[in-house]
Design a protein around this ligand. Sequence first.
Ligand SMILES: Nc1ncnc2c1ncn2[C@@H]1O[C@H](COP(=O)(O)OP(=O)(O)OP(=O)(O)O)[C@@H](O)[C@H]1O
Ligand SMILES: [Mg+2]
Length: 228
Amino acid sequence: MIIVENISKTYSSGAPALNGVDLRVEKGEFVFVVGNSGSGKSTLIKLLLKELEPTTGKIYVNKKFLNKITRKRLPMLRRDIGVVFQDFRLLTDRNVFENIAFAQKVVEAPARQIRGQVLAMLSMVGLLDKYKSFPNELSGGEQQRVAIARALVNNPSILLCDEPTGNLDPVNSWEIMKILDEANKRGTTVLVVTHNMEIVQAMKKRTITMSGGKIISDVEKGGYFYED
Ligand SMILES: Nc1ncnc2c1ncn2[C@@H]1O[C@H](COP(=O)(O)OP(=O)(O)OP(=O)(O)O)[C@@H](O)[C@H]1O
Ligand SMILES: [Mg+2]
């Protein structure tokens, strides 16, 4: 599903953000990515989305060789990848239903399918009763649930999350992680960057630790090695 081969990434200013990263994520896996601030986690996510190009190395996502994908074919790649960020990024002038439906319209889903799909997603994240609310009428946890519904509505094979609980309290953080786990159990491959070590320890998933642009540990079932 995801193959990263000997990737390095150096931004125009300064030291390498990634330096010799190899990673393989199989279909259906749930993977946490942890590590100190500046260790390269977000850079890795951006490379998988082809928001950035690697300085060296190869990346394959869903059997597509990203290095060779043209700008024109980028939407094809991205429609099969859902993304969730720390800061929700909802459309503030559209209500919950419209925010999720918008993702379906972008991929030109048939109109008759959209309503059912959006409602199914709202049901999955437990927000059916808020479908008419605007983002500023929702709590942070609710906004993030909308963002997850939006990320999943086109049924992507991969869901990438960069600190999805970074702005949330512990109760909401747990709810979000449970929803991500649920999405994974339904077949989506899930990669979650997080600083929430308590949840990482408790959920017992594969955990990759980054430090200084390298992967310094990769363990099954929630143990992690953390360098301070
Ligand atoms: N656009 C950029 N231009 C130059 N340097 C950058 C840029 N983005 C990130 N970096 C640098 O690359 C390194 C890795 O950054 P990255 O954002 O990937 O870290 P991170 O692990 O996501 O950190 P955090 O946990 O704080 O989000 C850092 O040293 C950072 O300063
Ligand atoms: Mg980051």
